[in-house]
Ligand binder design. Structure first.
Ligand code: FE2
Ligand code: FE2
Length: 189
């Protein structure tokens, strides 16, 4: 009886977790494809950024999957193939996707999960949303300087292994979102 009540209470949260899992899994695949395209165009810095963001989305998908399993379900995602365009368009599309998640999807999912006191779901959604803010900013910067040269050279990005927070500089002692020690960040190039 209790487990039935729990599953009904978590029904919407679970659906949202699956939607987020699918979104992050698709974003991971899309950004890997965008990185290949950027390298082919000689825009290796943009490729580095796409690879870093792809790694972060994979971390989000894994975090969402863990909570889905805690709720007694199996993570399931259909990966939608991406249309690969020139890198400037891919950067714009990537930024649009991040903005949707920051402004609409995750705030709604967080509100719903808070309403059911599902702290594990709230945390995985909040961590992802904060990381998506770093991605939106980095994509914006890349769009602004596409012609200026720094996208030509491959470069390091730093990705929090716990929450996916992504930075272009190794500046913090700890992750500003989840407090993970800086030494545990992954360097993606
Ligand atoms: Fe992202
Ligand atoms: Fe983090």
């Amino acid at each position: 009886m209790l487990s039935t009540q729990i599953s009904i209470e978590n029904e919407v949260t679970l659906r949202n977790l699956q939607a987020a899992f699918e979104g992050e899994s698709s974003a991971h695949a899309r950004y890997i494809a965008f990185a290949v395209k950027a390298d082919a165009e000689g825009l290796h810095g943009a490729a580095s950024l796409f690879r870093a963001a792809a790694r972060a989305e994979q971390i989000h998908a894994n975090n969402h999957a863990r909570v889905i399993r805690q709720l007694g379900a199996e993570p399931a995602a259909a990966i939608h193939p991406a249309a690969i365009k020139p890198t400037l368009e891919n950067l714009n599309e990537a930024r649009s996707g991040e903005r949707y998640e920051i402004e609409s999807m995750y705030p709604e999912f967080i509100r719903e999960a808070k309403g059911h006191n599902n702290t594990a779901a709230v945390r995985t959604f909040e961590w992802a949303m904060e990381a998506e803010k770093t991605h939106a900013r980095l994509f914006s910067e890349a769009i602004a300087v596409l012609e200026s040269g720094w996208l030509i050279a491959a470069r390091n990005f730093y990705v929090c292994a716990a929450c996916g927070y992504t930075s272009e500089t190794p500046e913090s002692e700890r992750c500003p979102t989840c407090n993970l020690a800086w030494e545990k960040f992954e360097v993606v190039r």
